[in-house]
Design a protein around this ligand. Structure first.
Ligand SMILES: Nc1ncnc2c1ncn2[C@@H]1O[C@H](COP(=O)(O)OP(=O)(O)OP(=O)(O)O)[C@@H](O)[C@H]1O
Ligand SMILES: [Mg+2]
Length: 499
């Protein structure tokens, strides 16, 4: 033992002496170059190269670090044996329903990509001193080091990192629940500069549970699928990657349920834009800029949010916008130029102006109960590409509701009951919401539910056949016709599922 210590001491002595000697002989620049050459020389003999991916770069979070962490968490979870220890850290993010596995501090994991084996090490060291930063930095410095054989680097490094980024995006999408964002705070920002407040979006509505004409439904689903897969198409045709849907129809026909089904179908987040909370066009634009890709931007009851019919030019608008629209019951505080000065042009720019393209893969959905109140400019193709009429409950829709609530198909219903339902459903003009209520109430007793449903639908159908009601219906139909003539070919070119 004594001999070992003697050898170490003498080696250190030699090293210290050589350094002193070298420093005395060579100027510092030359010494630096010699040291570099020395390292280079030794590197030539090492068959590995190393890449550090730190958690924080400057003051920003390094997205590659997050991607690697997610990717390795999936690898670690599937093969605990690939890690150097059998300890993994477990985390569950706020708003996420999935648990993420992670490498414990200073742990290693091997991975294979295209037949090439690599080694990852998770390095955690205490942060020395708090450098100046606008936001507090974590107490520990974290990073991953990737070790790869030099000969493999030119072939796999880039494609491996691309693969990791892609995989991490998939995992993120699968792990995270949909988010529902709202601008209920008005234009004020939170501590992270966000104007949107978010909650997990857990609406269970899907296209399976949505009661509507199956053909109409299939067309919408295929349109959405084409949209989501349309990256190349939109680039080739020079169009912004966005699509607008107008859902209109009486209350309780499933417009909001359809939006939820769309979000669940595509895996997109929803931004529920409360227009009455937005004061100016500029605020509207800022909200738009803070939305993410792969999202549905919704304005519900657009006719109630902003008065789009009383189009009047204003002189006192400072020349910023030509036409201003106050809220329906516009008091003095909502006069243009004062508090709420959102204009139609601001809204139109929001949906298809240059700023609407500041992200990609976004769907705009407007809903209304009174499509006749909307300005034709808002309805034209390019803004609202598809007009979807959500109708009263048809016999086809009723079958879906029977399956949803009573778990029965048409085979389970007695033929005479089925025939009676078919006779009265369309004439009854009941909304799916009203039909659902009857079914929910009697869901424990299928026969009673069907009996009551036949009764309610028959009474409604009979009422609708009465002469007074027919006259009213004719007036409504006339009004509809007038509106269609007025809005002209607003929807021409786009899909229109009106009935
Ligand atoms: N087409 C439908 N398919 C399945 N369920 C529906 C449908 N329409 C309505 N419902 C049921 O009725 C409830 C209300 O529907 P929803 O809120 O989607 O209607 P809406 O058209 O958005 O109404 P409003 O115009 O008042 O906003 C939903 O929770 C759902 O259970
Ligand atoms: Mg609704």
């Amino acid at each position: 033992m004594k001999e070992v210590w003697t050898t170490i001491a003498s080696l250190m002595g030699v090293w210290a002496f050589s350094r002193t000697l070298l420093t005395a002989i060579f100027p510092p620049e030359l010494l630096f170059t010699l040291t570099k050459l020395f390292h280079h020389f030794f590197n030539c003999f090492s068959s590995y190269c190393y890449y550090d991916i730190t958690e924080i770069e400057g003051v920003n979070t390094n997205e590659l670090y997050t991607a690697v962490q997610l990717y390795l968490s999936a690898t670690a979870a599937s093969s605990c044996s690939a890690t150097s220890s059998n300890r993994l850290s477990l985390t569950r993010g706020l708003n996420s329903s999935a648990i993420t596995f992670g490498l414990a501090h200073n742990d290693r994991i091997t991975d294979e990509f295209n037949g090439v084996s690599v080694l990852w090490e998770h390095i955690v060291t205490p942060r020395q001193s708090q450098t100046f930063s606008w936001r507090p930095l974590p107490e520990e410095k974290r990073g991953f080091t990737l070790r790869m054989n030099k000969r493999d680097k030119p072939y796999v490094l880039q494609s491996y990192l691309d693969f990791i980024t892609e995989k991490a995006n998939d995992i993120r999408r699968k792990n995270e629940d949909r988010l529902l964002h709202t601008n209920s705070r008005g234009g004020s920002l939170d501590s992270r500069g966000q104007p949107w407040e978010s909650v997990p979006f857990k609406h269970p509505s899907t296209f399976d549970t949505l009661a509507m004409d199956p053909l109409k439904k299939a067309e919408i689903m295929s349109d959405l699928r084409d949209f989501a897969d349309g990256s190349a198409f939109y680039t080739r045709t020079g169009r912004a990657w966005k699509r607008g849907y107008l859902l209109y129809g009486p209350p309780g026909t499933g417009k909001s349920s359809m939006i939820a089904a769309m979000a669940n179908f595509l895996g997109y987040d929803i931004y529920d834009l409360e227009l009455t909370e937005v004061q100016t066009n500029l605020e509207l634009r800022k909200l738009l800029m803070k939305t993410s890709s792969k999202s549905i931007i919704v304005i519900e009851d657009i006719d109630c949010s902003i008065n789009l019919t009383n189009r009047k030019e204003t002189n006192g608008g400072g020349g910023r916008d030509q036409c201003s629209f106050g809220l329906p019951e516009a008091g003095p505080e909502t006069e243009p130029g004062t508090n709420n000065s959102i204009t139609l042009s601001g809204l139109l720019n929001f949906t298809d102006g240059l700023w609407s393209c500041c992200g990609s893969e976004r769907i705009f959905v407007f809903t209304t109960n009174h499509v006749e109140k909307l300005d034709p400019a808002l309805l034209r193709s390019g803004r609202m590409d598809m007009h979807v009429f959500m109708s009263y409950c048809s016999f086809a829709s009723l079958k879906i509701l029977l399956k949803n609530y009573l778990g029965c198909t048409t085979d389970d219903v007695a033929p005479e009951v089925l025939r009676r339902l078919e006779e009265v459903t369309d004439a009854a003009e009941m909304t799916p919401a009203d039909v659902s209520e009857v079914l929910i109430k009697n869901r424990r007793d299928k026969d009673r539910a069907l009996r009551e449903l036949v009764e309610v639908l028959s009474v409604r159908a009979e009422k609708n056949r009465s002469p007074v009601r027919r006259r009213e219906g004719e007036e409504v139909a006339e009004e509809e016709e007038k509106r269609e003539v007025e809005s002209g070919d607003a929807a021409a070119g786009g899909g229109c599922f009106g009935e």
